[in-house]
Design a protein around this ligand. Structure first.
Ligand SMILES: Cc1cc2nc3c(=O)[nH]c(=O)nc-3n(C[C@H](O)[C@H](O)[C@H](O)COP(=O)(O)OP(=O)(O)OC[C@H]3O[C@@H](n4cnc5c(N)ncnc54)[C@H](O)[C@@H]3O)c2cc1C
Length: 403
């Protein structure tokens, strides 16, 4: 085997490191090229859904995740003024999955678990930090990635490349594809605090609707593993970050949400632009994309990273058949069809709907929606059907049904 007979992975985020571990386990050599010099620990994904836990269980990783995360058996849908609307019990999924819960574990810790496994078990595969993929070209035998490094430009050859390089993917920009969709006007502000909201009756995960200012509240293990709450608010795009992050402003926001006598101890404040986009194709010859490089969405429902994991489990299984058993590369088109279809049908549809429901200004429509949720949690069969969809089980099964 030539040294360049390998799969290149652009991006060492959660999806890139998962691709790396899966490739190595399948006996396919890889080189991972990461632009940064470390795993970034800004507060992004924290929710892992049942099908993802099943996939990672198949490669022995789920126990490591459960050991470090919080098992969350239920979550609340609330109205900011009226309080609890519906308490969803993920236990009703017991006949659908061995993991009938959400796991709360921050994405940088998931990345670190996978990176450590890759480095410990498959050290012969290069993981190159400070290597930014600038562009990719291809011919009938392989791909060439042009790389920027601190010591100057270089190029790396491989048989295929998987772009796991996030929403601004350079790999995607090297393909003949569009990134169709839209960007929301408002951004999402995340405040992290050690203050414990549980005594106020909140679950560990809460979606809190309001026509003026919805809110989402989650508990994650946090840097010191003793528990940190993340509070998410929408923010208009025109306000400068200096004003948004000002102490008086953030204290005002969080105190209006849940008043307390002393100021909140706010340990982090972050703001994110939010988009809904899906690439028009996940494959261009030997160039493939997965994760945020292929689809981005608002984080309400906690689905984007999970979907990216599902992408690479699907893709690497197919690459294994091509690599070792000479299967047709048409399988890569099947990867595109399966994963892109469900990104449109489930990921985009569900997350757009989640946001609309949280901010609905039509009181009568909102009351109808709340009644629907109350009806769902009052009926086990309805709750199971609903949770199969929002816990990503239906989307996963739908992808598998596409031929
Ligand atoms: C506030 C917030 C909350 C979220 N919550 C959830 C949640 O609870 N559950 C969920 O499933 N999802 C959630 N998401 C979405 C989740 O964060 C993303 O879907 C996830 O990060 C995608 O992983 P990725 O590996 O595809 O991309 P990224 O995490 O963006 O990683 C891309 C990697 O590629 C590197 N890179 C970039 N460009 C290049 C290049 N040219 N060359 C080489 N390397 C490059 C980057 O440095 C980075 O390490 C949330 C997102 C936000 C913003």
């Amino acid at each position: 085997m030539e040294d360049h007979d390998r799969v290149l992975i652009a991006g060492g985020g959660p999806v890139g490191y998962t691709a790396a571990y899966l490739l190595a386990r399948s006996g396919i050599p890889f080189t991972l090229l990461e632009a940064g010099h470390k795993i970034f620990d800004d507060p992004r994904a924290g929710t892992i859904h049942p099908p993802t836990l099943e996939l990672f269980a198949s490669i022995g990783v789920t126990p490591r995740m459960i050991e470090r995360g919080y098992v969350v058996p239920n979550y609340h849908y609330r109205d900011r003024r009226a309080g609890l609307i519906a308490n969803f019990d993920l236990g009703v999924l017991a006949e659908d999955t061995p993991f009938p819960f959400r796991l709360m574990l921050e994405q940088h810790k998931i990345c670190a678990i996978l990176r450590d496994l890759v480095l410990a078990e498959y050290p012969q595969n290069p993981v190159l930090l400070d290597h930014r993929v600038a562009s990719v070209t291809q011919d009938e035998n392989g791909v060439v990635a042009a790389i920027e490094t601190p010591s100057g430009p270089m190029s790396v050859r491989g048989r295929y490349i998987i772009g796991c390089d996030g929403g601004r993917s350079q790999v995607r920009k090297s393909m003949s594809v569009d990134f169709e969709g839209f960007t929301y006007d408002e951004r999402f502000l995340i405040l992290s605090t050690k203050y414990d909201f549980a005594p106020h009756g909140f679950a560990q995960t809460n979606y809190i609707a309001d026509p003026e200012q919805w809110c989402a509240l989650f508990k994650v293990p946090g840097h010191d593993e003793t528990g940190t709450w993340r509070v998410v608010f929408p923010m208009d795009s025109n306000t400068p970050e200096s004003e948004i992050f000002a102490e008086a402003h953030v204290q005002g926001l969080i105190q209006r949400f849940q008043a307390k006598s002393a100021p909140y101890d706010i340990v982090h404040r972050n703001i994110y632009q939010v988009h809904q986009r899906v690439a028009s194709c996940y494959r261009d010859g030997r160039i493939l994309i997965a994760g945020d490089a292929a689809h981005i969405n608002n984080p309400l429902g906690g689905m984007g990273m999970n979907f990216g994991f599902h992408d690479v489990f699907n893709l690497v299984e197919k690459l294994g058949r091509i690599w070792h058993r000479g299967a047709s590369e048409d399988l890569l088109d099947l990867y595109d069809r399966q994963r892109r279809t469900v990104a449109q049908e489930y990921l985009q549809r569900q997350t757009i709907e989640n946001k609309k429901n949280m901010e609905n200004k039509d009181t009568a429509a909102q009351e109808r929606f709340y009644d629907e949720l109350r009806g769902i949690v009052a009926d086990r069969a309805k709750q199971r059907a609903y949770l199969r969809r929002v816990a990503m089980i239906d989307g996963f099964d739908r992808a598998a049904s596409i031929t």
